[in-house]
Design a protein around this ligand. Structure first.
Ligand SMILES: *[C@@H]1O[C@H](CO)[C@@H](O)[C@H](O)[C@H]1NC(C)=O
Ligand SMILES: *[C@@H]1O[C@H](CO)[C@@H](O)[C@H](O)[C@H]1NC(C)=O
Ligand SMILES: *[C@@H]1O[C@H](CO)[C@@H](O)[C@H](O)[C@H]1NC(C)=O
Ligand SMILES: *[C@@H]1O[C@H](CO)[C@@H](O)[C@H](O)[C@H]1NC(C)=O
Ligand SMILES: *[C@@H]1O[C@H](CO)[C@@H](O)[C@H](O)[C@H]1NC(C)=O
Ligand SMILES: *[C@@H]1O[C@H](CO)[C@@H](O)[C@H](O)[C@H]1NC(C)=O
Ligand SMILES: *[C@@H]1O[C@H](CO)[C@@H](O)[C@H](O)[C@H]1NC(C)=O
Ligand SMILES: *[C@@H]1O[C@H](CO)[C@@H](O)[C@H](O)[C@H]1NC(C)=O
Length: 505
């Protein structure tokens, strides 16, 4: 029998490292290749495009916290949870020192099903349609069956700090590291390849280091990167911290050249390059510049979302600002033209998080037009047109007659494609009591955006116990039948001492 080298190699690796195959249903669309039909919110951003959107029948009557998990210590990266009908999966911290991996909760009552003790403060995993989990902390890649049966872990070569695990197509795992490495594996763990984005800018050798969670467009993914010189230079002229670049990278089914760069585009903030900011950028002292992440740093919530892929307009939304030496944020729309890209618009919008409803179905069945929604650092929710204009503003402080802080990411939810967007988020509301004392209450809020005449209508706001603050993404899980309605899954903590998971329905 003749076996080709790569085939026997593949079999060998598979036998050593089998981590089972991630199962998600694939729908074939004539014009889009395929889309995944995804239940609930089984990954960071809920969809590979980073849309923070999902299908759910938002409960409307008698809404309350239906269960609360056991209390645990707050996790350093407040990313939230992933969830579907079969499982609720959250990063864990305690009760024992080695309990720093994941915790799986029974979706029906929130009791702990199993805990992972292998990982140390992982990012969010992928949950498949059967409740199987694949996740990583940048040191190891682990896979668990829904019941907690563990497969042998696969060591990763120094991928710390690692962004949340992403799914490319329906059969590739994408691990992107803040150290510079981009690694692709098959969903059963078999390596496909890896790369670093080395380049020479103004005669300085260095590489473009990923600075945000990647987003996925079928077999292509987008990574926002920043140039970091290989060696430190003393001349101020060679400081190149402003070089921000968006890469589009394809994963191909071919035998060689499986990971290829399709295009890249340098993104500069054209609007804000005034003489003053130019001066500041060129004369900033090196130690005032944002520091390059050390390899043991964790990915923090504030740096995880700068990209969202809008497949309807073939546009990547890019938020610049946090990694550049200025405080002004810019939202850019970058159109993917296949082999090249073009900046469609740049707008000064102070984006904190982005969300947009993305259908799991083929293009022609999209009902209501999907809109980009953003939360801003001044605690507004804004709807942005495909040309980059602000078309609606929701002032949360006005809505709640209080000084409101948005504490979580924004989720956009529809029961079906033809519905209008419902928005779900966590807030903290400060009011002055009659005795002139500051009174803080925290809530999870659901809002209807159906009425064109008013900015939004609050459907309900559920207070969280002990002023616990909702953080990270708010996931959803579909109930399996009429006796078990749909639920929202919320991670909340008080920053220092206690964290808890709540199920709201
Ligand atoms: C509302 O929910 C509470 C708590 O789950 C339950 O005790 C009560 O019976 C419900 N009321 C109605 C009218 O469904
Ligand atoms: C929670 O639900 C699971 C599965 O439905 C069940 O096995 C377990 O006993 C329940 N735990 C409690 C405390 O009710
Ligand atoms: C590419 O950059 C990495 C650091 O990100 C460095 O370790 C490696 O040596 C570079 N490769 C080349 C060919 O310069
Ligand atoms: C940059 O790298 C190239 C080879 O990749 C090398 O020939 C060149 O000398 C390097 N330049 C500097 C300034 O280190
Ligand atoms: C973006 O897509 C929507 C829906 O397909 C369409 O109505 C709109 O005209 C598009 N905008 C641009 C700028 O292409
Ligand atoms: C939101 O409304 C409050 C009062 O309702 C106002 O004080 C605040 O300035 C508004 N915020 C913004 C960013 O417009
Ligand atoms: C808003 O809150 C203030 C006190 O914080 C109160 O005096 C005022 O009546 C409230 N307005 C409305 C419309 O509820
Ligand atoms: C958390 O701890 C820090 C210092 O350890 C303290 O300044 C802060 O007030 C605490 N926050 C809460 C909510 O208790």
């Amino acid at each position: 029998m003749v076996t080709y080298g790569y085939i026997s190699m593949y079999r060998f690796i598979q036998e050593v490292y089998t981590v089972s195959v991630l199962l998600l249903s694939v729908i074939l669309c004539s014009n889009l290749g395929h889309t995944l039909f995804i239940q609930g919110c089984p990954m960071f951003g809920c969809r590979p495009s980073g849309s923070f959107s999902y299908y759910l029948q938002i409960p409307r009557n008698n809404v309350s916290i239906k269960w609360a998990s056991k209390k645990f210590d707050p996790v350093p990266q407040k990313l939230g949870c992933v969830a579907n009908s079969y499982s609720v999966l959250c990063p864990n911290n305690g009760p024992f020192r080695e309990d720093t991996g994941y915790q799986a909760l029974f979706p029906s009552n929130g009791t702990t099903r199993w805990r992972d003790q292998k990982l140390h403060y992982p990012t969010l995993p992928l949950l498949d349609d059967y409740g199987d989990v694949t996740g990583s902390d940048g040191v190891n890649l682990v896979h668990y069956d829904a019941d907690g049966s563990k497969y042998p872990e696969i060591p990763c070569q120094n991928l710390k700090p690692v962004f949340n695990l992403a799914l490319v197509g329906n059969s590739y795992l994408l691990l992107v590291s803040g150290s510079g490495y981009i690694v692709v594996r098959e969903t059963n763990g078999v390596p496909v390849g890896s790369l670093t984005l080395n380049d020479t800018i103004q005669n300085v050798n260095g590489s473009f280091i990923p600075i945000s969670q990647p987003v996925v467009n079928i077999q292509r993914f987008y990574v926002l990167t920043k140039f970091v010189p290989n060696r430190k230079f003393h001349s101020a002229k060679t400081e190149t911290t402003d070089d921000i670049r968006l890469y589009a990278i394809d994963v191909r089914e071919s035998i060689d050249n499986r990971i290829t760069i399709a295009w890249y585009i340098d993104i500069k903030d054209e609007n804000k390059m005034t003489e003053k900011s130019r001066y500041h950028r060129e004369h900033d002292t090196p130690d005032k510049k944002p520091k390059v992440k050390k390899s043991d740093d964790v990915i923090t919530d504030s740096t995880t979302q700068a990209l969202l892929w809008n497949r309807y307009n073939k546009t990547v939304y890019v938020v610049l600002g946090t990694e550049i030496g200025t405080s002004v944020k810019v939202l850019s729309g970058v159109r993917d033209l296949g082999k090249t890209a073009k900046i469609e618009f740049q707008a000064s919008v102070d984006v904190k998080s982005m969300a947009m409803f993305v259908s799991d179905h083929c293009e022609d069945s999209v009902g209501s037009e999907p809109y980009l929604w953003v939360t801003t650092t001044s605690n507004l929710i804004q709807q942005i047109s495909s040309e980059g204009n602000i078309v609606r503003t929701i002032n949360m402080s006005t809505l709640f007659n209080a000084s409101v802080t948005i504490t979580s990411k924004l989720s956009v939810i529809r029961n079906s494609d033809v519905d209008k967007d419902l928005l779900v988020l966590g807030i903290a509301a400060n009011t002055l009591s009659s005795r002139r004392e500051m009174d803080t209450k925290t809530y999870v809020v659901a809002m209807d955006t159906m009425l064109e005449t008013s900015p939004a209508m609050v459907i309900w706001s559920i207070p969280l116990p002990d002023k616990m603050v909702a953080r990270g993404q708010i996931a959803g899980r579909n109930g399996l039948d009429v006796t078990c309605p749909d639920h929202l899954i919320v991670y909340a903590d008080d920053t220092n001492v206690t964290a808890q998971i709540y199920s709201i329905s």
